[in-house]
Design a protein around this ligand. Sequence first.
Ligand SMILES: NC(=O)c1ccc[n+]([C@@H]2O[C@H](COP(=O)([O-])OP(=O)(O)OC[C@H]3O[C@@H](n4cnc5c(N)ncnc54)[C@H](OP(=O)(O)O)[C@@H]3O)[C@@H](O)[C@H]2O)c1
Length: 275
Amino acid sequence: MKIGFLGMGNMAQALAEGWVKKGLVEATNLVAYAPNQEKLAANAARIGFIPMASAKACVQAVDTVIIGCKPYQIREVLTDLGEEILDKSVWSIAAGWTVAAFNVTWKELGVNTDPKLGRSVRGVLSIMPNTPAMVGEGVFLFEKKCTLPAEELAEAKRLFEGLGIVETIPTELMDVAGYISGCGPAFVDLFMEAYADAAVKYGVPRATAYKLIAQTLLGSAKLQMETGKHPGELKDAVCSPNGTTICGVAALEKAGFRSACIESIDAIVNKKKNG
Ligand SMILES: NC(=O)c1ccc[n+]([C@@H]2O[C@H](COP(=O)([O-])OP(=O)(O)OC[C@H]3O[C@@H](n4cnc5c(N)ncnc54)[C@H](OP(=O)(O)O)[C@@H]3O)[C@@H](O)[C@H]2O)c1
């Protein structure tokens, strides 16, 4: 399978580098286009993919196209490509770009993607990734409504599972699930920074503080995933009667920790609703 990236930013680099490093894809089977050709060439030299001089050349060289630019850039990219995209499989990692969004846009642009009317794209898969993909611990939300042929969807699953976990999500939940896994790393980073600040306040060197909280987070996450236990049960196991941990838990509750987490998602939902 030859894969072409349109856009080679942070997320596309994480995918390309991860697949090459893990031996899941030969670097020579990856091509990419991005407007800043100097930056593209530097990334190509580091990762091993083949840099392309135009989006059209990139798409012509491959069977599968990964849309790796920002969501607001996609319409322009599709306009430039026009019918060049026909016969290709399209995997998108752009937030909000579901299968339906692509189909509506192609229709508006006058590109015929209806197989009943003639040529079409082979299929579309919408994926919501997250930055821990860079270390092989990503979450990849696959939109359930996917028009790729079954064997290509299986191949996509195999490649993304090489860099983390894949969860298939109904279209109507893609946005909110993406706020948890896609935006989540920023919330978790804030949590780590806050606990490191607390440790530093009481004399722990900052580098040690980050190591302690990051490993605690990693270990707690692994414990929950491997045991399948309810997080409340795992919390209870750390809280002895009249102990220290429960005092900390009570302080977090008083400060509205749980509510703050829920409200962080409310804020995004409201921003989307109000434009
Ligand atoms: N970062 C995240 O945490 C995250 C999480 C979930 C989903 N995503 C999704 O991943 C996608 C990429 O995000 P990112 O963080 O990797 O962004 P990024 O680092 O800003 O990369 C954007 C890339 O798009 C390229 N580009 C700009 N205009 C283009 C055009 N007309 N044709 C082709 N490529 C073009 C840019 O090239 P130049 O640098 O040469 O301008 C750059 O390589 C977004 O759609 C986002 O919704 C990101």
